[in-house]
Each structure stands twice: as C-alpha cells, then as structure tokens.
Design a protein around this ligand. Structure first.
Ligand code: NAG
Ligand code: NAG
Ligand code: NAG
Ligand code: NAG
Ligand code: NAG
Length: 604
C-alpha cells in the first residue's frame, strides 16, 4: 500500500461522495460553447466564431443606431427610496438606497482602446459598428447621457479588513440603467471612473489606465474561464491627468484617466443590506421597510425559484447565498485566482466576482500568495479566501437576523455551518476534474494534496502543472521525459515525484479506455493561459505609451484560454515567466501580486 512517507500534508479535503464532474461546471456561465475538444482553434477569430454559432439567427438584427438603445433605472427608482439631495457633494447619505448623480465627462482627447465583442453583441444586442461612432464614445465616457437614462449611485456600507467601516457607496461608479436584452436577461450597466459622487470620500472619482485595463482584462478572462463574474464592455482612455500615489510612498505621479463600462445582473452587495441594518437603532421603522424592500427585490428578480409567499423565503435566500459563495470561492481556487479585497462590500449578493482591484492569478503554488502588496497580514491571501467568505456570510446573517424568527435564525446558523462542507466538496470535485479523475477512490484526496504539496515545495507553476498533465499521455508521463514541459520539469525535481506519479498513473489506469478522453477532458478545465501579472504589466507598459496592441492580443487570447493559440505561444504566455517578472511589484491602487492556494478552512 502506498503512503505519504514523511510529507507533512496540510489540511486536506475530507472524503465525500462524489459524482462525475463535467466540463460544463467550468463553462456554465459562458455565453458560447466551451472550447473543450479540439484545442488547435485558430488564433485569428476564435471568439466570434463561437458566438456566431449560437446566435446566428439574431446576428442580423443587432441594433445599428444608438438612438434605439435604451437603458433605464425606472424599475430601481420605482422600487427604492432615492436620496432627497441631488448633486455630487460628498456627504453622509441617509434613508435611501440610491442617490441621483451625473457622471463627470472625461476630458478629451478620448480613445476607445478595448471593446468586448461578446458583451457588445451578445449581451447588449449592439452592432460592433456602433462602437466606432463619436456618440458611443460620449456615452461610455460620461460625456453624454443615454436617452432617458437617469444615472444613480448606490449607497452601501461594509466590513473592511474585519471592521465595520460605515458608509462606503459607489465612490467612482455610476449606474446608467438596466437593459433587458433579447434573450430576456436584464443587465445593469455601470460606468467606473466616471467622476465624483456623494460617496467619493476623499477620492476624485476617477480611475487610471492601469487599474481600468486590469479590470477589463481580468473580468473578461474570468468569464471565459467559466467563473461567475461581472463583465466589461469597453474601455475609454483620455488625456485627462489624474494624480496617484501608486505605491503609497508619497511619490505622486500624474496618470491618465480612464472609464470602463461594466455589467452585472445586479451590483447589490452584502454591504447593501448591512448599511440598512446598521442604522436600525437610528430609525427603527425606516430601516426595516427599506431592508425588506431590497431583500424582496433581490429575491424576486434574481432568485425566481424562491416563492414570494414562502414564510421561510429569507432563510431560503440565505441558503442560496451560502451555497453559491462556497461554489464561487472554490472556482477561484481552481484557477488560482486571488481577489485581493474580500470586504463585505466587494462581495456580491448574487455570488459573482465583482470589484477587480489588486487581484492576481497565483503563479508558483503558494497558499499565502497575496496580490495586494500592502496587505502585510495576508488577510486576503489566496489560501484565506474560503475563510474570509465564511466571515462575510456571518456578517450577512447578522444583517438578516432582525427579520428572522428565532427558529429561522437557528436554521440559518445550521446552514452556515454547512458552508465548509459545500466548499470542500466542490473543491474536491474541481481538483479531481483538473486531474482527470473519474468516479471516486479513497486515494483521491491524497493524490490531490500530495501534488499540491510537491508544487509548494518545488515552486512549480500552478496553472501549467495541471495543463501539462493534460497535454501528456499516460505513456509520455510514464517515461518521465519532461524536457518539453517546464512546469512538470520543476515539479519532477521533487524527491517523491516518482512515487506520486506512479500512484496517479495507477489511478488513471483503473479508468479503462479513458486516455484520449481524459486528456481532452482535462484540457477543457485546465487553462493554458491566465492573466499573469507580468502579462498585464507588459500590456500596461505599452498602453502607457499609447500602444494598445498587447491589450488586444491578451483580450483575444484570454477569450479562449483552453485552446492553444499560436500568437499566445509566440508571446510566451504559456512559457516560463521572464526573469523580470519575479521582481514585479504592483501597488494596491491598481492591484499587485503575491499568492497562496488550496485548502482550506481553518476549522478551529
Ligand atoms: C452559424 O453560422 C456559421 C457561419 O456562418 C455556420 O458555420 C454555423 O453552422 C451556423 N450555426 C447555426 C447554429 O446556424
Ligand atoms: C449550489 O450552487 C451551485 C453553483 O452555483 C449550483 O449548481 C447548485 O445547484 C447549488 N445548490 C443548491 C442546493 O442550491
Ligand atoms: C472594495 O471595497 C473597498 C471598500 O471596502 C473599496 O474602497 C474598493 O474600491 C473596493 N474595491 C474595488 C476594486 O472596487
Ligand atoms: C491593501 O492592504 C492594505 C493593508 O491591509 C489596505 O490598507 C489597503 O486598502 C489594501 N488595498 C486595497 C486596494 O484594498
Ligand atoms: C525527450 O523528448 C524530446 C522531445 O519531446 C526528445 O527530443 C528527447 O530525445 C527525449 N529524451 C529522452 C531521454 O528520451
């Protein structure tokens, strides 16, 4: 019987009953067919092909004239109390969910530097040609209002780094309105970097080019990895100077302003409810009414399976958020994604990834990877994310308590206790899928944990180890010839690697007639390309000199992260990171790097 010898394993998933994981788990939210089978897709136009194949019938009827494109905040304004004050003076806002606020036009000359065709055509029904017009540029940079649009900013609060921070709110974002597309899906369009709002605190409401590019590329990349996320439609860069102290060292630099148009089904956060419940001592009746309004709205609009007359509907809602958050964080872990600022105001009530700031994809496997270089305590390290998710869900429960009966509160506590199991079961499924394992075997947890431990010891690359295991046949693996596989080469320097490999190969061998299928299955869940920090940095550097070619290249490649693309290979995106990447430091005002992975939760 094989055993782990001296390897000190860190806490590992407990064995649970497992069903086979299908690729769709990773691709469920993608609007196009997940690239799973053949990975030699052309580098030229992988995206448009896949989109067309699904939406052929409608491609011809895209909106050609922007005058026909309508978004509206009417529903939100009808449902919720609106701030009685107007204007963007920074203030403590009371008794409302939204404030009316007009974007401050970005000063020119303006340049549209990135557009997501998938979002423009697939979610907004717009012909790509409309994005080339001056009108479009004005709409998406805050210079002109979409017909009938009354922009809003949202009042919310949140727990930041463990402590209640009071009123936060959209400090540099404007909600333009909701758009219901022809598939019947409603999306909320938001400009980010569009100027001061009543919630801007000390900020100027602007965003700079580097952080906007990271949000644009990062959120689109996550979508195509199959992780639930907000989307980005386009990015406008201006010559308007914005002052930033990038590394918080007193070194203020002039940078250029930029605006992203981003979309989510809803931008409500845990902090949206918290700010209401936190004010309950101040205004007993008022908060209660608003709180229920918000909660009922979210349930009716976004959780249609919950009956509105169900006396336990708030409990049902809470169970869903607990479940979906556990699933979301497990998906982050499966691609080595560290969000970087997991405050309760950056956590969506729909459990999608929002607020891309100092996020990062882990390179060499390291559970204490922290993308925010100023986060010295590592509170939001990649390996802590599951625990932080639990903390945030506790805060959500605290906010809900006053409207739950004693019995419902106890039931909700039990639901929360189940979070760890949901998360671990999901992690177990996802990592089994990454290793191509079918069915259930008592050794599976060891195979996963042992591999991660060796990766940690050898600093082998997280993304590429899994990818290279997918690209090698069992026969090739058996031969131990890894000259063509840099990550496996690093990993194989581990003294126990031959032992692990032999156990893994035996496990695969028990899956009869599975070899080719295994490889295809694994290639469909293990990306070859993720947005590594050095890649983003290299694109940003060029962008700062007005060369957006690498942004475009990255955007295109990350739209098919599972398919081998010759332009990506030529750019070295699947190769060993360049030497300079190792010393890279990113500030927190845009996002930075450091990482940590898997498991799991501190079960104290
Ligand atoms: C969509 O169009 C493409 C190219 O025009 C074609 O190859 C494909 O079969 C079409 N798909 C459907 C579902 O009609
Ligand atoms: C939990 O969440 C996942 C992913 O969002 C979903 O597929 C699953 O059906 C959910 N389970 C329950 C019991 O809601
Ligand atoms: C996350 O929330 C904090 C407040 O907790 C806010 O200052 C920050 O802008 C948010 N992060 C992003 C990337 O939006
Ligand atoms: C990074 O971490 C520091 C220290 O905890 C925190 O003050 C800062 O707000 C974080 N940066 C961001 C963008 O959240
Ligand atoms: C290893 O594989 C490479 C090509 O993949 C080949 O050129 C080399 O000869 C192989 N080495 C051994 C020792 O088999």
């Amino acid at each position: 019987m094989w055993h782990l010898g001296e390897v000190p394993l860190f806490a590992v998933v407990t064995a649970t009953i497992v069903t086979i994981v299908h690729m769709q788990d990773f691709c469920q939210k993608a609007d196009f067919e997940c690239q799973s089978q053949d990975l030699s897709a052309s580098a030229q136009q992988p995206l448009s092909q896949s989109v067309n194949s699904r939406w052929n019938a409608s491609v011809l009827n895209l909106i050609q004239n922007l005058d026909h494109f309508r978004v509206s905040n009417e529903k939100l304004m009808g449902a919720f109390p609106i701030d009685e004050m107007q204007g963007n003076s920074v203030r403590t806002v009371k008794n409302c969910i939204f404030s009316e606020s007009i974007p401050t036009p970005l000063k020119g000359p303006l340049r549209l530097v990135a557009v997501s065709k998938d979002v423009i055509e697939g979610l907004l029904d717009l012909d790509m040609a409309t994005t080339q017009s001056e009108t479009f540029l004005q709409y998406v940079s805050g210079g002109r209002r979409l017909p009938e649009s009354q922009p809003l900013t949202h009042r919310y609060g949140g727990h930041q780094f463990g402590y209640w921070a009071g009123q936060l709110g959209d400090g540099r974002a404007h909600l333009l309105g909701q758009y219901t597309n022809r598939k019947g899906d409603t999306w909320e369009l938001q400009l980010k970097g569009s100027g001061k709002t009543p919630y801007s605190r000390s900020g100027d409401g602007r965003a700079v080019v580097r952080s906007s590019l990271r949000e644009f590329l990062g959120s689109e990349a996550m979508h195509f990895l199959g992780v639930p996320t907000s989307r980005a439609a386009c990015l406008v860069v201006s010559e308007e100077p914005v002052l930033r102290d990038q590394f918080y060292d007193g070194n203020v630099k002039t940078e250029r302003g930029a605006v992203v148009l981003r979309l989510a089904k809803s931008w409500f956060r845990i902090g949206s409810l918290e700010i209401l419940s936190q004010s309950k001592e101040l205004d007993l009746l008022r908060w209660f009414v608003d709180f229920r309004k918000l909660l009922n709205f979210v349930i009716e609009e976004h959780f249609p399976s919950i009956q509105t007359n169900d006396p336990d509907k708030y409990l049902a809602f809470y169970s869903r958020v607990v479940n979906d958050t556990a699933h979301l964080i497990a998906q982050w872990m499966s691609v080595g994604f560290a969000h970087g600022v997991c405050n309760t105001d950056n956590f969506s009530l729909l459990s999608i990834t929002i607020d891309y700031g100092p996020f990062g994809f882990m390179e060499s496997y390291n559970p204490s990877f922290v993308p925010n270089t100023s986060d010295d305590e590592g509170r939001y390290s990649v390996g802590e994310q599951a625990s932080v998710g639990l903390f945030n869900l506790e805060k959500l429960l605290d906010a809900l308590r006053p409207i739950l009966t004693a019995g419902q509160q106890r039931a909700a506590e039990t639901v929360l206790k189940g979070y760890v199991d949901i998360y671990e079961t999901r992690i177990h499924h996802l990592f089994k899928a990454k290793l191509g394992l079918l069915g259930d075997d008592v050794e599976d947890d060891y195979i996963i944990a042992f591999l991660l431990k060796m990766m940690e010891d050898t600093q082998a690359d997280f993304t590429m180890v899994f990818r290279e295991l997918s690209e090698f046949s069992a026969f090739q693996l058996h031969n131990h010839n890894f000259t063509q596989a840099w990550a496996l080469e690093d990993l194989s320097s581990h003294g126990l690697f031959p032992d692990w490999l032999s156990v893994y190969l035996q496990r695969l061998h028990r899956q009869v007639h599975d070899n080719d299928v295994r490889q295809a299955r694994m290639k469909g869940v293990n990306p070859r390309y993720v947005l590594r920090n050095w890649m983003a940095q290299s694109a940003i550097k060029k962008a700062e000199r007005n060369d957006f070619s690498e942004v475009e290249l990255l955007h295109r490649i990350l739209s098919s992260p599972f398919a081998i693309q010759s332009s990506a290979e030529a750019a070295g995106y699947a190769a060993r990171p360049p030497k300079w990447a190792q010393t890279l430091k990113i500030s927190c005002s845009s996002g930075s790097m450091a990482v940590e992975l898997l498991p799991l939760i501190n079960r104290t």
